[in-house]
Design a protein around this ligand. Structure first.
Ligand SMILES: C[S@@+](CC[C@H](N)C(=O)[O-])C[C@H]1O[C@@H](n2cnc3c(N)ncnc32)[C@H](O)[C@@H]1O
Length: 389
């Protein structure tokens, strides 16, 4: 089956799986070059709404494939023997039976599955990670269907895993609609999700997008602080047929290289997303009118929503860099890079463009570059000097 067939009608899952796959492709190779064991933990494994008999459209099979590819490439290129270990968790009994059948067929990686909820499986997961030994690097994927089952206090031991990285599917669209619910029970469930009640004041009185941003920022800040992560960023996954956010994939790491790899995956995923949304929206129009369209989905696609989001986050990211330049006057390129990439839909190519603009306006000078170097690099003591009076 093609990707189009596997994900038709659930293009948001295509984007989620694309980001997971692209991220793990590089992660497994880079981390496998330094660590002897790669440990992947899928806390909400499924299979869930899959169409492929081989589970090609499931997070656990996608992850295992990328880990295997990296292990095989490292063996071939540098004779390294990287061991793979996976923990697949699933609450639903029927889904778990399929998951177990898949896992039982795997002979080249250690796989454990468990039919239980995340809430009752934290000791098993941390024990599984610990048994990987001191040379194991864990990656934890938390991909729930709503906003319960992964309360901040529940997942704290997973966030604490160091070394370790975490990817969390934050169901923004769903969460935003209930943030103001007068029901005490719902408010309490959000307090547990965020790990504090401070989110309430932060989202109050805000419009739709501002409220979503505030919720994602607050959640990221709390999760970063609980886990002692240095960096966090997120990718926006849009509804295929409507101009609104479905969810944000929040990525937490202690290593800047991780941000570089995640942002590259995000950038590529946004192209895949707009192509898939164009097709989904054309399909919907054709079904409504009962008539085929003369032009292809790409030609007819209205990408105003995506473009406006990109403008929105670019303006935020640019202003973060500008504020730092104006207050510090001398900013390490690496620090400008962290600020620029902290917002979704903002990439290094954008930062380089702002630097060129500020240079040509006479406001900025880049110092510390080699004689033939044309653009600043990270890790090379390149500085941005702000010259405006
Ligand atoms: C969004 S689906 C996961 C999809 C999968 N990660 C993928 O991308 O292919 C969420 C899964 O988590 C399971 N689930 C729901 N609540 C859970 C809980 N508290 N603990 C563990 N699994 C749970 C559901 O049965 C469902 O299969």
């Amino acid at each position: 089956m093609s990707n189009g067939e596997l994900y038709m009608g659930r293009e948001q899952t295509l984007v989620k799986h694309f980001i997971l796959q692209k991220y793990l492709e590089r992660f497994a190779y880079i981390v496998g070059s330094h660590w002897e064991v790669l440990t992947y933990v899928d806390c909400f494994s499924g299979p869930w709404n899959v169409r492929s008999e081989k589970f090609e459209d499931s997070s656990f099979a996608i992850a295992l494939k990328e880990l295997r590819n990296a292990r095989d490439a490292l063996k071939k290129q540098s004779s390294r023997d990287v061991r793979l270990r996976c923990f697949f968790l699933e609450k639903n009994q029927a889904a778990h039976a399929k998951l177990k059948e898949f896992a039982d067929g795997v002979t080249d990686a250690k796989i454990e599955t468990r039919n239980a909820t995340l809430e009752e499986s934290i000791p098993e997961i941390t024990d599984f990670v610990r048994r990987g030994g001191a040379k194991s690097f864990p990656f934890v994927f938390i991909d729930p269907t709503g906003w319960t089952g992964f309360e901040m206090e529940t997942i704290a031991p997973l966030l604490h895993l160091s070394p370790g990285e975490v990817l969390i599917n934050f169901m923004t669209g769903h969460i935003r609609r209930f943030l103001d619910s007068p029901q005490e029970e719902t408010q309490e469930s959000f307090r547990r999700l965020f790990g504090s009640g401070a989110f309430r004041a932060k989202v109050q009185g805000l419009g739709r997008l501002e409220r979503e941003d505030a919720a994602v920022d607050e959640y990221t800040r709390n999760a970063k602080s609980v886990g002692g992560f240095n960096f966090g960023c997120n990718a926006i996954v849009l509804h295929p047929e409507m101009d609104r956010t479905h969810f944000n994939l929040i990525y937490l790491t202690r290593n800047l290289k991780g941000i570089e790899v995640f942002k590259n995956a995000e950038k590529k995923a946004m192209e895949v997303q707009e192509t898939a949304r164009a097709e989904a929206q054309q399909r919907k129009r054709v079904a409504r009118k009962g008539q085929a369209e003369l032009f292809g989905s790409k030609e007819l696609h209205d990408s105003t929503h995506y473009e406006s989001l990109r403008e929105r986050y670019l303006a935020k990211a640019r202003s973060l860099v500008l504020q730092a330049l104006e207050s510090k006057r001398r900013l390490l390129y690496d620090d400008a890079w962290i600020l620029a990439l902290s917002e979704p839909l903002s990439w290094e190519s954008d930062l380089k463009q702002w630097i060129e603009e500020w240079k040509s306006e006479g406001h900025l000078e880049v110092v510390g570059m080699q004689p033939r170097q044309r653009v600043p690099h990270r890790g090379e003591d390149n500085y941005l000097n702000w010259k405006r009076a």
